[in-house]
Ligand binder design. Structure first.
Ligand code: AMP
Length: 455
């Protein structure tokens, strides 16, 4: 097994790593650090939680510390992050790893007063961690000069594209000098990311520690079929019966997150919401309360939750199943951090069964069904052969479902294996998993297609 010394890190960085308590490099660190120290570009398929920040921060710091400029500092490394939370966490990591070095960094993002950021830029800094909007804003105001950047890191590139940052990224790329070292990290590698990578990486070393291999195995997953209207009561039941002290609940919308926080409060459960409409101050406060254990439940939307790295999360609730299968993997990866295990519940209502099909195809496995709860609803189970994605109701189905006000009666049409059995418990659900479009053969095919899309 490798240790940090064998990766070629300097004494000062080894000390920093040691004081962080790291003993063994993670796979992404083991694979990325040597080529980065050797000056190569790197394309990494790795999500937050794999140790990817150290994988790029340590070699960047090491190379930069070899030649510290005399006089006023200028930006030599630029790290672009899609969200403020991730940017802040990258900043914290740089602070920890550069403890013994004469290099300084600053994190800039929108939603907060720009003046302290401008003052730090005017004083001069070596490393800039930024979200695209505020970066371009301050470039427009001539507070930032990227013409001497030696390292460019694009973090969570897939999320960048999802959030519509491609034009901003291209604008930034035009402002960078031609000669530089590039790193791109992404949790997934769809064609759009491969294209983006091809547009600015040079002869990059490809590293793949994608989430299927690194996180899913340690997480116990359960799917619960349920009516939308019953989700809140089921959530409250589980939180109370399992005495959840550190759990994260995912909703699809910001409005849904706010509403759920209020409803949990009414049930005597303290929770805070974290999403893009909250001010930066409110997000930071919610996250700090959660990290400190004062708030047991965080209700989050996908975008706001990216990069949340809280070690003790025991429960992840997919209150709404995500419409993008990749988000499911990100969400459940919020638990089982740092070698611990965790449990991830998915509440699937009848409008979400197609999302479940897509998720199971992506992870290449069927998620065990827990039908032992009182709200079990067979009408939410995917139909045999159901396609992944949004359910398109045709006119006659719409009419039928609006006529059928009591969805329980629809379960009579479901195949037998989905029907509730009285003496089952939640852990032996394999024989009751959805079949049809989700059998192993069809998933295997889809999974290998996805892998063929990776580069
Ligand atoms: P990241 O994927 O960069 O967000 O890192 C996830 C978490 O893993 C952070 O809390 C890091 O402090 C921690 N970490 C990074 N590298 C190591 C390592 N080699 N050993 C133990 N923990 C690590």
């Amino acid at each position: 097994m490798n240790n940090f010394e064998s990766l070629g890190l300097s004494k000062k960085l080894l000390q920093a790593v040691e004081s962080e308590g790291y003993t063994t490099p993670t796979p992404v660190q083991e694979q990325a650090i040597p080529p980065l120290l050797a000056g190569r570009d790197v394309l990494g398929v790795a999500q937050t939680g794999t140790g990817k920040t150290a994988a790029f921060a340590l070699p960047v710091l090491q190379v930069m510390s070899r030649s510290v400029p005399q006089g006023k500092r200028y930006i030599r490394a630029l790290i672009l992050s899609p969200t403020r939370e991730l940017a802040a966490q990258i900043g914290e990591r740089f602070a920890a790893y550069s403890e013994n070095l004469n290099l300084n960094h600053k994190v800039i993002f929108g939603g907060v007063n720009q003046n302290p950021q401008v003052r730090a830029l005017q004083k001069g800094l070596d490393i800039l961690v930024a979200t695209p909007g505020r970066l371009l804003d301050l470039i427009g105001q001539r507070h930032i000069d990227l013409s001497r950047v030696e390292f460019f890191v694009l973090d969570e590139a897939d999320r960048m594209l999802d959030m519509g940052f491609i034009r901003d990224i291209n604008k930034v790329l035009k402002l960078l000098p031609k000669k530089r070292q590039n790193l791109l990290f992404s949790a997934t590698m769809p064609g759009s990311i491969a294209d983006l990578a091809g547009s600015f990486l040079n002869d990059a070393v490809m590293i793949d520690v994608s989430p299927k291999e690194v996180t899913v195995d340690r997480i116990e997953q359960k799917i619960m079929f349920i009516r939308k209207a019953d989700k809140r009561r089921l959530l409250v039941q589980i939180i109370k019966s399992q005495k959840v002290k550190c759990g994260i609940v995912f909703t699809r919308t910001k409005h849904g997150a706010n509403r759920l926080v209020k409803q949990l409060d009414q049930s005597g459960i303290s929770a805070a919401a974290i999403h893009g409409n909250k001010s930066q101050g409110a997000r930071t406060k919610a996250l700090a309360g959660f990290k400190a254990g004062r708030i047991p439940i965080l209700v989050a939307t996908d975008i706001a939750s990216r990069g949340i790295d809280v070690e003790g999360i025991t429960h992840v609730f997919n209150y709404d199943l995500p419409n993008e299968p990749e988000s499911y993997v990100h969400r459940i990866g919020r638990t089982a951090r740092a070698g611990r295990s965790g449990i991830a519940y998915g509440f699937c209502d009848n409008s979400e069964s197609g999302y479940l099909v897509g998720i199971q195809q992506l992870i290449g496995a069927e998620i065990p069904v827990d039908d032992t709860h009182e709200f079990h609803f067979e009408g939410a189970i995917p139909k045999p052969g159901q396609k992944p994605g949004k359910i398109k109701e045709n006119k006659s189905q719409k009419k039928k479902s609006s006529e059928n006000k009591n969805p329980r009666s629809r379960s009579d049409n479901k195949p037998n294996q989905y029907k509730r059995r009285s003496n089952n418990n939640s852990r032996d659900g394999d024989d009751r998993r959805p079949r049809g479009g989700n059998n192993r053969t069809s998933q295997g095919g889809n999974r290998s297609n996805r892998q063929n899309n990776r580069r």
